[in-house]
Design a protein around this ligand. Structure first.
Ligand code: HAM
Length: 435
């Protein structure tokens, strides 16, 4: 039986046109991170499952992790997320290096999910995290960085929004106002996390199954109806709880002062499925109703280093997925056309006698800093332009018997059809022609 040519379910083959899109997206990610003075890091593909068990949450462990026992009897997993890895790495060095520590990475991750639009089994995720920043300052810079990145693709507040909440607020509502047990609070987190994915009736049903006191249900309902920062602070004001969330108030005030507020929307249903978050939690959403998916998720986690017996170092960060980001860019027509390769020169020769010269010239022109696609075979004159177009070349070079004898190449600009004769001995002239 012939083997299957398709990639493993939920993974992608990146043909050159797909790879060009990915390279473009990654280059924007790197540019943004570098412009905020983040440093790149990387980690292993495999980690011990224990690392995720400690804090990632039951959905990831029970349903999504790819795990196996290795030949040395170690129970390992293909990384489903990067945060435990970066926390483990920071735990090794945080005492010796100056803070805040600002690191980024673009790992591929694997999660056993049902493949669908925006969800695959393998995706690449831009991760940026700050460790050891003072107060809420790291959180503000993380939000600033995401918005900077989105803007670098040409996106505006018309296209996307950052839905934000704070686990301190959620804890205040669940524990201090509703006074539910720790166990019920945990269940409520999981229910609220699903609020956007299920109907209002299904949400009511899940809440009903918790058998809460009517007062608590009323508080929960009025909390879930909050739609803005102002409404939030007046809701908490009614219960005298604004003081408790002063940090979040401060963050929202600074966001307003620096103009981030037009991207930020307070959303009580954003709680995030991962267990380690302790402070702000946020997700970037496409505003297009046809693509209502989180492009990015993140938040602040105060205690992740404690699983390594290290003193607490506050962390905050986000993961932004390539699948959802690409869908977003396509939906809003923000993706340049990468269907063709882009090369400076398509160098063709018309007679066998020019073969060696074509290799020599190609290399000399590459030395000048230009990309050269050598035809590697004779090309009939009438096929030259067609070949150049297919290969995304800006210029073509013709090397027929006449040129070989006269020791020059004929260069043509594909767009303007301008023609130039450049002597073999004077290739530097190309710098002007190609600029
Ligand atoms: P997450 O919300 O699980 O967070 O993932 C972040 C983003 O990765 C999602 O918003 C989505 O765009 C993308 N993503 C996740 N799973 C898939 C999938 N199966 N297919 C395609 N894209 C996916 C985290 O992973 C946190 N560790 C992020 C973080 C970093 N928090 C703090 N620092």
């Amino acid at each position: 039986m012939a083997l299957n040519k398709k990639p493993y379910k939920g993974t992608r083959d990146f043909f050159p046109a797909d790879k060009r899109v990915q390279d473009y997206i990654f280059s924007k990610m790197r540019e943004s991170a570098n412009s905020f003075a983040f440093e790149p890091y990387d980690g292993p593909m495999l980690e011990e499952v224990e690392l995720y068990k400690a804090k990632s949450g039951e959905e990831l462990i029970n349903d999504q992790i790819y795990s196996f026992t290795d030949r040395g009897d170690r129970f390992v997993a293909i990384r489903p997320e990067m945060t435990p890895t970066v926390a483990r790495m920071v735990a090794q060095v945080h005492r010796e290096i100056p803070k805040p520590i600002k690191w980024y990475s673009i790992p591929n991750l694997m999660r056993y999910e049902k493949p669908q639009r925006g969800r695959l089994r393998e995706h690449w995720q831009f991760n940026c995290d700050i460790f050891g920043a003072t107060g809420r300052n790291g959180e503000i810079e993380i939000l600033q960085l995401i918005i900077h990145l989105m803007k670098s693709f040409g996106a505006t507040s018309e296209h996307f929004e950052v839905l934000i909440n704070d686990r301190e607020i959620v804890n205040t509502v669940f524990n201090d106002l509703m006074k539910v047990s720790t166990e019920t609070s945990y269940k409520l987190y999981k229910i609220i996390d699903r609020a956007k994915k299920v109907s209002a009736e299904a949400l009511d049903k899940m809440i009903g199954e918790l058998s809460l006191e009517q007062d608590s249900v009323n508080i929960l309902k009025s909390y879930l109806s909050v739609k803005s920062f102002d409404e939030l602070f007046s809701f908490l004001g009614e219960y005298d709880q604004v003081e408790k969330v002063s940090g979040f108030k401060e963050l929202s005030d600074i966001a307003k002062k620096i103009g981030l507020d037009k991207f930020l929307v307070y959303d009580p249903t954003i709680v995030r499925g991962l267990d380690y978050y302790t402070g702000i939690v946020f997700e970037v959403f496409d505003k297009n109703p046809e693509n209502r998916r989180a492009l990015c998720g993140g938040g602040a986690y105060a205690n992740l280093l404690q699983i390594f017996n290290e003193s607490p170092v506050a962390g905050v960060g986000f993961g932004l997925g390539d699948v959802t980001l690409t869908d977003f860019l396509i939906t809003h027509k923000l993706l340049p056309d990468f269907s063709k390769n882009s090369v400076d020169l398509y160098l063709t020769f018309q007679s066998e006698a020019a073969l060696a010269k074509s290799f020599e010239l190609a290399d000399q022109i590459r030395e000048l800093g230009f990309s050269v696609l050598n035809s590697l075979d004779t090309v009939k004159f009438k096929k030259v332009f067609q070949g150049a177009d297919k290969n995304g070349a800006r210029f073509v070079a013709l090397l027929g018997d006449q040129e070989l004898e006269g020791e020059y190449i004929q260069i043509k600009n594909i767009e303007t059809k301008e023609s130039f004769e450049v002597k073999f001995s004077n290739l530097e002239e190309l710098e002007k022609i190609f600029s």
